[in-house]
Design a protein around this ligand. Structure first.
Ligand SMILES: [Zn+2]
Length: 395
């Protein structure tokens, strides 16, 4: 089971004075290393996928592995889209299995940032999915150093943060108080006073991007002042890179020889972070408090009237295409009874990511149009039932 609601997870961290690591993964070695580290520490963990990395792997291909690994894990896990750039990318991530979304339109003017973020929050609400917004500017992008993506740090102000959260409805806020993505020149100077005021004013879990390179003491003070999620990638990438460099210096040539041991290096760094950020041993408490993340199966068995088999298949194909693009739809299966005399000849199985999708799907204009124009006119006798997944719910 232990895919859980990320809001419950981060509320627990925020209330209990620790932070959950959101570790960006770029390969199956990262996936294994991150999960193994969190499992060894019995800690909640966020598997994070950054849109800026999608050139390095196929997001569609890696997500089934990420979801399967999360569901198999004995610790509470959430799967998060990091730095989603648009409504479309947020929908795509949700429909591939992410159950947390970060919207990054923070380099737009405040009004635009509020409008775009609110659009995504509204869509995600209909899918039961929490959203992280960002206010202020943290230089650099995930995996690329601030030295190469410069620009002044734009600090988050208390007044803007208050307005942003009220008007967008985000569940978590990434704040800019002096960190940068990737490596930076010199020592980061963090504005803890500002962070403390934002935390007191908002009272929601805060997020820090650009965690690499901070001192143990800096991490502790961030967490003391409301940071409940820490995004972390560069140090993991460095650890993996060092493994490859060492193998190369030892004369290794082939791919498997070069990458062997990467998972262990990542695991060790993840364990160090979890210990430092206070997550060790928290898994059971989070599992007790967090809602398990269960899918919902929307099932319709039906007969058709006035369509031959080829037309029926064409109608199903259109349904698969149209319905699978609706936010919160993980999968659309169309099927036909083996026996011609079955009481119901055809079936839809539409898998929703969360029970909230029942309502948003029913009212979605693309569903309404398909149902009214293509399905209901030909659907004869039918039965429609929503089923909640029960697998793993009592493990
Ligand atoms: Zn980031």
């Amino acid at each position: 089971m232990p895919l859980v609601n990320m809001k419950d997870m981060l509320d627990h961290a925020h209330a209990n004075g620790y932070a959950v690591g959101a570790f960006d993964l770029v390969s199956l070695d990262f996936l294994d290393g991150i999960l193994q580290g969190a499992e060894n520490r019995r800690a909640p963990v966020i598997l994070s996928l950054a849109e800026s990395h999608f050139g390095y792997f196929d997001f569609r291909n890696i997500m089934p592995a990420v979801v399967a690994a999360a569901r198999r894990s004995p610790i509470p896990v959430a799967i998060h889209l990091d730095h989603g750039a648009s409504l479309d990318s947020a929908v795509r991530a949700i429909n591939l299995g992410c159950n947390g979304i970060m919207v990054d339109t923070s380099n737009a003017p405040l009004e635009t940032n509020i409008r775009l973020t609110r659009e995504i929050v509204n869509m995600a609400r209909g899918c039961g999915i929490p959203v992280e917004g960002e206010l202020g500017y943290v230089p650099g992008v995930e995996g690329e150093d601030a030295e190469r993506h410069p620009g002044e740090i734009a600090y988050t102000t208390v007044e803007e943060a208050e307005r942003f959260v009220a008007e967008t409805g985000v569940d978590f806020l990434a704040v800019s108080i002096g960190t940068v993505h990737g490596h930076m020149r010199g020592e980061p100077v963090l504005d803890f006073q500002r962070l403390a005021e934002i935390n007191q004013t908002l009272g929601i879990p805060l997020v820090i991007h650009g965690g690499t390179g901070l001192s143990d003491e800096q991490f502790r003070r961030l967490i003391d002042n409301g940071v409940a999620k820490i995004n972390y990638y560069t140090a993991l990438a460095d650890a993996a890179g060092e493994v490859i460099r060492n193998h190369a210096q030892d004369g290794a040539r082939g791919y498997t020889a070069l990458v062997s041991g990467i998972g262990d290096a990542i695991r060790a760094e993840v364990e160090r972070c979890i210990d430092l950020w206070g997550g060790t041993g928290r898994a059971d408490a989070v599992l007790e408090q967090a809602q398990p993340w269960r899918n919902l199966e929307h099932v319709i068995i039906y007969n058709v009237e006035g369509l031959d088999e080829a037309d029926t298949h064409a109608m199903m194909a259109e349904g698969r295409r149209v319905l699978s693009a609706i936010p919160g739809v993980l999968e659309v299966v169309t099927a036909q009874a083996l026996k011609e005399d079955a009481a119901y000849r055809y079936a839809w199985l539409v898998r929703f990511c969360h029970p909230a999708v029942v309502d948003s799907y029913r009212d979605h204009p693309d569903h309404v149009a398909f149902a009214d124009r293509r399905f209901r006119p030909v659907a004869g006798k039918r039965i429609s039932i929503d089923y909640q997944d029960v697998e793993d719910s009592c493990s």
